[in-house]
Design a protein around this ligand. Structure first.
Ligand SMILES: Nc1ncnc2c1ncn2[C@@H]1O[C@H](COP(=O)(O)OP(=O)(O)OP(=O)(O)O)[C@@H](O)[C@H]1O
Length: 295
């Protein structure tokens, strides 16, 4: 097994005759066994990136290597759950799982697929078209995990689920990934649901990588500081700063000791992401051991 699950080098994807860049010059590296959160505002390129990794789109620039090969060459070793969760509407839940089994001979894990369906109390005989959005999500995830993939690509998998189902499915997903060493790449707008589940972060903005690396390293590279509005933050890199009255609160990347003017705490994942979303001009930071120089 290769140590790198996904490697993107100057990856770009343009659409249409004008080649509008959905992704531009993206380089990052994700180690096997990581659970990676892909976050970013609407239109940032998250779905495009996941489709490229799944081999459903081809790059217009650069390269993406998945499980050591071109994505199209390793399709049977990965599973992709797209945002719209395409399933055959006329099939029953049981038929859908049966097709999953037939299409993945030698790989299929009946136990995990059946468990995910059973946890949602879905009737085996129910047709897909009669299911709610959240119930379809459950069937799509059962199909994806049943395939026993080495790489699981999930595009906003929890968006349709009620909070309890979300919590429970996330726990099942993470336990299964940990048990089998599955690499998981999951996009989401709900940062809270990623906290505690992910160990790698990829933040995209306007088609570019803004943050990439092990979550702990990215969090450790930032400090949330509070101090007097007239205190200087030189020479630190200020990601975002807000002043209310006489007080400034900022997210910074310290270049050394912060000094006595500032009270500093470690940011949460949500604070890290929100500050970068509010400050799209902040410089990018990559801590994922890419071979190229800094972005
Ligand atoms: N098939 C396509 N044809 C033309 N443009 C596209 C196509 N797919 C995506 N785009 C454009 O590429 C950009 C990135 O889209 P993408 O769906 O990857 O973003 P996203 O981060 O997943 O957004 P969201 O959070 O809204 O799901 C957008 O500007 C979108 O309009």
């Amino acid at each position: 097994m290769t140590e790198t699950a996904i490697e993107a080098a100057a990856l770009g994807k343009g659409f249409g005759r004008r080649r509008k860049q959905a992704l531009d010059d993206c380089s990052f590296r994700l180690l096997t066994g990581s659970v990676c959160a892909v976050v970013g505002p609407n239109g940032a390129g998250k779905s495009t990136l996941l489709s490229l990794a799944a081999g459903l789109l081809r790059p217009t620039d650069g390269t993406i290597t998945v499980l050591g090969a071109a994505p199209a060459a390793v399709r049977e070793r990965l599973a992709y759950v797209a945002q719209d969760k395409p399933l055959h509407p006329q099939l029953t839940v049981a038929d859908t799982l049966r097709y999953g089994r037939e299409l993945n001979p030698g790989r299929w894990d009946d136990q995990v697929a059946e468990r995910i369906v059973a946890e949602g109390e879905l009737e085996a005989g129910a047709r897909i078209r009669t299911l709610s959005g959240g119930q379809r999500t459950r069937v799509a995830l059962a199909l994806a995990l049943g395939k026993r993939p080495e790489l699981l690509l999930l595009d906003e998998p929890m968006a349709d689920l009620d909070p309890l189902a979300r919590h429970q499915l996330m726990a099942t997903l993470m336990a299964d990934a940990a048990e089998h060493g599955t690499t998981v790449v999951m996009s989401s707008h709900v940062v809270a649901e990623l906290d505690g589940a992910c160990d790698h972060l990829l933040l995209l903005g306007a088609g570019r990588v803004r943050l990439s690396g092990p979550l702990d390293d990215l969090l450790a590279a930032h400090r949330l500081v509070t101090g007097r509005a007239d205190a200087s933050l030189d020479p630190h890199t200020v990601v975002e700063s807000r002043t209310t009255g006489r007080q400034t609160t900022a997210l910074v990347r310290p270049e050394g000791p912060l000094g006595p003017s500032w009270q500093a705490t470690a940011p949460t994942l949500e604070e890290l992401v929100l500050a970068h979303l509010r400050a799209p001009e902040a410089p990018a930071l990559r801590l994922d051991d890419v071979r190229e120089a800094a972005v």
